[in-house]
Design a protein around this ligand. Sequence first.
Ligand SMILES: NC(=O)c1ccc[n+]([C@@H]2O[C@H](COP(=O)([O-])OP(=O)(O)OC[C@H]3O[C@@H](n4cnc5c(N)ncnc54)[C@H](OP(=O)(O)O)[C@@H]3O)[C@@H](O)[C@H]2O)c1
Length: 247
Amino acid sequence: MQEIIITGASRGFGRHVALKLAKPGKRLHLISRSEATETAAEARKLGAEVKIWSIDLSQTAELEKTFLPVLNSIRAEDTDFIGLINNAGTIKPVGPLGKYDTQEYRGHLELNYVSPAVLTHLFVKRYQAEPITKRVLFVGSGASQRPIHGWSHYCSSKAGVDMLAKTIALEQDSMDHKVETAVFNPGRIETDMQELIRELDKEDFPLVDDFIASAKDGRNLPPGTVAEKLAQIFTGDNYPHGEITGR
Ligand SMILES: NC(=O)c1ccc[n+]([C@@H]2O[C@H](COP(=O)([O-])OP(=O)(O)OC[C@H]3O[C@@H](n4cnc5c(N)ncnc54)[C@H](OP(=O)(O)O)[C@@H]3O)[C@@H](O)[C@H]2O)c1
């Protein structure tokens, strides 16, 4: 039984990723704050085994306590593949640094950067010595490559994730049983996050008109289409270890 942990699987992109990976012979561990019961029911219909974990990943000081039960439920000796897809993320708050509540900005960094870093640390620590396929995929963003007004925390947390993945890949290259690590940038996909972006105030987010246009002119892809690509890469033979890849 292959074991795959997916964060942010209750809705949006993570939900579609879970459904594309849902097949007999796979056990999915779905993590989000709300219980991902709908995703789980659909994934079971597609033949996968599913475990649901309700965890607030922005509470990063608690992650050793909250995430270890997920790892403890997986027996590495009984599988040839263990994967972690760090997908959960937020765009909020949007607006220039200095404007919004400190805790909101801080929570954003905790969810988008600190939690994937800590989950990956715990994953690597637990499975480093296992002679099986071990893969970590970070869901990144094109925002990691350029500054966008109002997105200081989003751009910088996603840039941090890119460098985190590349640095872990470098370290893993000298290990006997490496954990393969990569970033997948989905591009604009039609989820709650895009809806929220379209409703932003121009003062906070001057690019809002472009995001309203991209929902109509075909630039936003359906999440299922992009999730299919991610699933192929994640389970395929040539994992893009150390690379930033995308749709
Ligand atoms: N949408 C796009 O156009 C786009 C473009 C580039 C990159 N991305 C990236 O793709 C990923 C998924 O985005 P999306 O568009 O699917 O977002 P979304 O529709 O807002 O879904 C976010 C998911 O993350 C979970 N989540 C949010 N806060 C959480 C927390 N504190 N703890 C645990 N889980 C939490 C949510 O579940 P609960 O609310 O139940 O916790 C939900 O399942 C993100 O990393 C995003 O940055 C998206």
